[in-house]
Design a protein around this ligand. Sequence first.
Ligand SMILES: [Zn+2]
Length: 351
Amino acid sequence: MQKSIERIAGDSEGVSYEFPVFRFEGTDKAASSAYLQAALHAGELPGVVAIDALMPMLEKAEAEGRIKGNITVVPQANPIGRAQYHFGEHQGRFHLGTRTNFNRGFPLLAAPDVELLPDATLGTADQRLKTRLLQQSVGHDIVLDLHCDDEGLAYLYVQASLWSAMADCAAAMGVDAVILWDEDTDGTFEGASITPYLNLPAEVARFDRRVATTVEYRGILDVDGALAGADAEGLYRLLVARGVILDQALSTPGSFTGIVAPLENIDMMPAPRAGAVLYNVKPGDRVAKGALLATIVHAPGEAGGRTQVFAPQAGIILTRRSRRIIRAGEDLLKLVGDSKSADARSGTLED
Ligand SMILES: [Zn+2]
C-alpha cells in the first residue's frame, strides 16, 4: 500500500488543503479496479469510519497476495469542507465561497480520459478539489462515494441502466434500499463517474462490470464502531464478489431483497408550517396512504396550534430530519412510495 498526499491550492495567499490517498496495487491487470471515497460532504462521517475499519482488511489481503485489482482509497475527500465552520457549526455540504454543493458541479466528461478535465487553476478551490478527485477516480471499474443522510436507512443511489448488473453489490453491502435515477445534469460525483462511459460502445463501457453508486450510510449521527465494522464487511464482500480481492472463504452474495424504487416514487413531504416537528414515523416504517407522518407544533398552547401531515400514498419511510426545527416548505422526510409521487421533483439524486 502506498500513501500519497494530494494538495489543493486555496483561494488566497497562504491557504492550501491536503488529503491522503491510499493505493493498493493489484496483481492481475484484467481484474476490476475500485475507488472508494468518503466525506465529500465533509461532515458525513459514517463512511469515514467504515473505511477506517476496512483498511486493515485490505492490508491483510495485500500481505497475503490476494489483491487482484487496483484499489484507491480516499478516506476524507474534502479538506475544504472539513475546515468550514460558521459560528461554531460545521458547514460541510456547500462551499462557503461559491455556495456550491460539494457534490454538484463535477465536470461531466465525454470520455473516461483525465486529459479532458478542465484546467481549474484559475477556478475556485472547490473546483480544483473536484478535478483532483476525478483524476483519482476516473478509469476505475467500481466507484463508491460514501455519504449519509440526516436520519435514515442504509441505501444506494444507482443509475437505472447499471442496476441489473449491480444487484449483487447491494446484496453484498447489506443496504436496505436502492433508489434508481436516470439523468444527471447537475454533475454529482456519481454522475461524473458514469457519464464518460454513456456514449462509448458497450464492449468498452462494460456496464456489466461497471459499478458506481452514492452510498447513504444511514444518518449523520450513525458514527458507530459496530456499524462501521459491519459496513466495512459489506464493502469487503463487494470487492470480493467483483474479483478485486480474492477470498475463497466468502460465499457469493445472495439476491438483493431490499426496496428498489425509481427516484420519481419519492415523496419529499414539504412542511406546511414552520415549527417543532413531532414525528409519528421513523425510517423503515411502512405506512398506508393517509397515515399520520408528523405533527408540526406551530402555535404552542393555542387551539389549532398543531398541523398534521399525512402520507399521500403507501410506502416506506426512507429518511427523516435529524433536527426537529423546521421552516415552512422544508422537507420533513423521504417516503419511498409504492407508485410515482404526485409531485415528483425532477433532477437526480437528492444527496
Ligand atoms: Zn452527502
